[in-house]
Design a protein around this ligand. Sequence first.
Ligand code: GAL
Length: 805
Amino acid sequence: MRVKRLLNQEWRFKLGKLDEPNKLVKKAASIGGLTAPLVDEAGDIVAVGAGGEHFLKLIAQGNRNKGLEMLAGTQLNAELTSKWDTINLPHDWKSRQPFINDPSLLMSGSKQNGQGYYRKTFEVDRSADDDTQVFLHFMGVMGEASIWLNGIFLGNHYSGYSDFSFDITEIVKYHEEGINVVLVKTDTTVGSEGWWYEGAGIYKDVYLEFLPRIRIDAPETFVETDSIENGQARLKIVVGIMNQSGNDRKKTRLLCTINNHTECFDLRPQKSSSTKITYTQVIDDPDLWSINTPNLYQARFQLLLEDKVIDDFQQTFGVRLISYSSNGFYMNKKRVELRGVCEHQDFGGVGIAVNKDILRYKLLKMKKMGVNAYRSSHHFASLDLLDLCDELGIIVMNENRILESSEWRVAELEQMVKQTRNHPSICFWSLCNEELIGNTVLGERIARKLTSVIRRYTTQSLIVSAELLSPKGIVNEAYMNHFDVNGVNYPEAEVNGNGLVMLKKKYPNLFFLSTENASYFSTRGIYRDNAEKCQTSNFGSSFSRVLPGKRKKGDPGVGGTAHPETVMHFIKNNSFMGGVFLWTFMDYFGEPSPFAWPGISSQFGIVDTVGFEKDYYYYYQSQWTSKPMVHVMPHWNREGLSIDKDGLTEVRVFTNCPEVELFINDQSFGRKLSGEDYTSWYVPYITGQLKAVGYSSNKPVEDLRTTSGKAKSTRVRLCYDGISTALYEVDAIDATGHIVPTANNNVRIKIMDGIFLGSANGNPMDISKFNPEEKRFFSGKLMVIVEKNCQKQPKVVAKITEDVQ
Ligand code: GAL
């Protein structure tokens, strides 16, 4: 039977170049050093056979001469003492390194590249067995990875965005044979794949998997929705079966159960062969998967050999149909406007070591804003992310890293499509992002190859590419024709999106989608640009990326590539676009546009690097959700506000209520019909309480900002309680209990009953060192991330250590 065993705990980690084992050796499995058990670990340092005994004798005599090491390939007895840290996965070694001022590292987050080694010993508590194969899976390793097991070099893996595994059936040590040693080298000095912070190290799960030799071939097994008509869904089911044993099997039976209906097939799987069973099943009254009802089904596949179950495999899937037309995207025959966001994969404080808990926290925050789609830019989505999006009803645009069709890239794409094709959330496969060879003859050849790979393995997603519009209007029709939907990044970069509208007129049969848009800068809690502090205003920054010739006269600057309002209008006025994917939901490390050092993170996010909302979160929420809400900006502390020569300051309110009223200290400044985007007032700054009230047919809703004094204490709030991780928001509080939105005091942190994983405050120039004990507030907040390590709930105590603001 199949068994999975996580290997995430208790790895040893060392940063810096080591005297590592050779990849090629002269005697099989005879590398000593770090890939063999060490003196303080049980087991032999070289394999014990006739030749091994000879080695052991020499070693026992203290003969560790060069000749011996030459044969072994490395020093026989590498040191592994206090210099190695003990860590648990997921882990990002780069995130704990200091920030450094080096222009060549600015885009990737101002952290030094290097090598990090991971080593783990484990025992396999069963005997070698002819009926089982053993695999070692790595779900994500950033940097070029080299892996050794028990002195044997298993291989290199190049991309940090694809998972990989090794068949270790023969070379793993079973039971009394001794302990196993896995050594992983991660190297980021050999080049990066992206122009953003990518992190480094083993940042996803590692596990062992024991699989029966005659088994359901998981990547070859899938369930597709063929049609949904008259209340019936017709499913196509393909089951892969492989016999990796040396014997032909006679009586093998396959049982497939979906929705309480079982089909039975008798098979005779030949030795070393694979076969497939394809059948259809109709489900009456299916519970469809959609963004509002993310219903999931389980298919169960069992293999029986002479009435004994030898494999039992469950596959989750969803029943849904999708299509795209000149009117946008359809799911289960209903138009769904894509309200999407683009994301990289890091998170403040932990880098790319983002576990399922942190991911869920982030996805829930997106959903609350009204997001229904996620573009995994610009790389494959992790399986954790896909599981969560299936469960939460979030449409995924899964993205191939790059428009290349070398054999290994093609093999990787093939693997990723196969292993994810049962996820109902994947409605789109994006082939690439803004490739220089897009719309060229070379690009066309490669796109032809890659789209054919995706189409060979799935009919359940639409293929898209994310392109920039050529200012000269250059397109390659053959290239565009390969896609079900032509993605356009930043259609507004062309005045009013005219280029795109003209393209649509010229090619009425092509379908379009805004795969990336806005790139709107803003720093949480900031209402005035300040280049020295790398801060941009939430009212719209004068640091614009719109080309000078295309700026409107008097435009204070759009902050990024387009105002959020312009993006939303464009989508509303051009329904053929199907919706939008905003760049980005979260601030991410690296790409600190429009600043340079000491800017270390981007400011395109709608929330900061830990998910604290910036004001425009509520703009999108007012546009995309219907539960009555209101949000007032700015904060109401004099410092940091822009006050004009007449003593007035702008107050902006986002609401989905038809009417809104503004009060200062309970004096009304007028009730108004809500503006299409927001409602503004220019009011005198008067210390006290700023209040916006939204009126609809429901109970009025309100939002308050109160002038505060200096920060005197903290308030710690558990903002997400996951299975293994808890996220704590720490707020600055003044003497009267009010939040201090401008506080930047230093805070001492103490954690009880938990392990510190990281802290961050969303400041785009927070270059402070990794420090579990201290962190500064930024705009009155910081986040502490804690691993739960026992039955008790962790406790976080935070104390202000200085009396400044
Ligand atoms: C896009 C690019 C993104 C990011 C963004 C910043 O053109 O696809 O990866 O760099 O610009 O505005």
